[in-house]
Design a protein around this ligand. Structure first.
Ligand SMILES: C[S@@+](CC[C@H](N)C(=O)[O-])C[C@H]1O[C@@H](n2cnc3c(N)ncnc32)[C@H](O)[C@@H]1O
Length: 251
């Protein structure tokens, strides 16, 4: 708890006022990632490998953008910084430990941007959401990575939608998940989509009790790789069950 409080306090001054409400989610992620590091290791290594494979498919390596860069656990940041002229990391919040690490000389070509990538505000204003439309204005863009972000956009949007149902379209979550995919796939840059697409609640005997589609029925592109990510290992929330997510990599 003390480490979490310190990280929160250190992140507060460098975070813009509208984004401060998200710091606790990033600190919770930091805390859980540390507790579950052994169970998450394989997922993180698979994610980094998929990004390196996507880099290999780039004809030029000028600018790379990482969406949902978070704690940089599943992002091969050193390889990206070495390979590209500029690397732009985008998230709702960049915690103080990440900001500090990015001040090192080896990372002088890295830029940090705070941005809500959901498109929710545009949809609420009656506009067609284009949450990744800003990528058109990024010069010399060769690679865009969506780094285990999309299901989190879905969760955040769902949370907000539940409190504002009356003024939002009934298919808000589906529309915004689809908008992320269409802003990423088939664009004039190489893309790498990493996302958990579903999860299962599994008991100690291996029986599945619940299966949930994190993409809300929206079709995802054909994946080059897929794996299981035990987001909530047995013992984390209950001694009786674990929650295992299914992750895909499409690049
Ligand atoms: C599961 S984490 C991804 C982990 C991260 N790639 C890493 O290597 O540590 C999801 C990330 O998405 C970010 N996120 C969630 N909703 C977002 C939104 N609407 N806009 C931008 N980032 C968002 C969270 O802050 C978090 O850092």
């Amino acid at each position: 708890m003390i480490a979490e409080a310190l990280l929160y306090a250190a992140t507060l001054p460098s975070t813009s006022k509208p984004h401060r409400k998200y710091i606790r989610y990033s600190v919770n992620l930091w805390s859980r990632a540390k507790r579950c590091s052994r169970d998450w290791e394989e997922h993180e290594a698979n994610s980094r490998r998929a990004i390196v494979n996507a880099m290999a498919g780039c004809r030029q390596r000028r600018t790379a953008v990482v969406l949902g860069s978070g704690l940089l656990r599943d992002v091969p940041i050193r390889a990206l910084a070495d390979a590209f002229d500029t690397v732009v990391l985008i998230d709702l919040v960049h915690v103080a430990t990440v900001r500090l690490a990015m001040k090192r000389k080896a990372y002088r070509n890295i830029r940090l941007i705070e941005r809500d990538l959901s498109g929710y505000d545009d949809l609420a204003a009656g506009k067609t959401p284009e949450p990744l439309g800003f990528l058109r204005n990024v010069p010399y863009l060769d690679l865009v990575v969506s780094a285990n972000l999309l299901s989190q956009i879905g969760r955040g949007v769902q949370r907000r939608f539940e409190t504002e149902r009356a003024r939002m379209p009934a298919d808000t979550v589906e529309q915004l998940i689809a908008a992320h995919l269409s802003g990423l796939i088939g664009m004039p840059f190489k893309s790498c989509l990493l996302t958990d697409v579903s999860y299962n609640v599994i008991d100690r005997n291996g029986a599945t009790h619940e299966e949930t589609d994190l993409m809300h029925g929206v079709a995802v592109p054909k994946a080059q790789a897929g794996w299981a990510w035990p987001v909530v290992p047995t013992g984390e929330e209950s001694p009786d069950y674990q929650v295992v997510h299914r992750v895909i990599a499409a690049y």
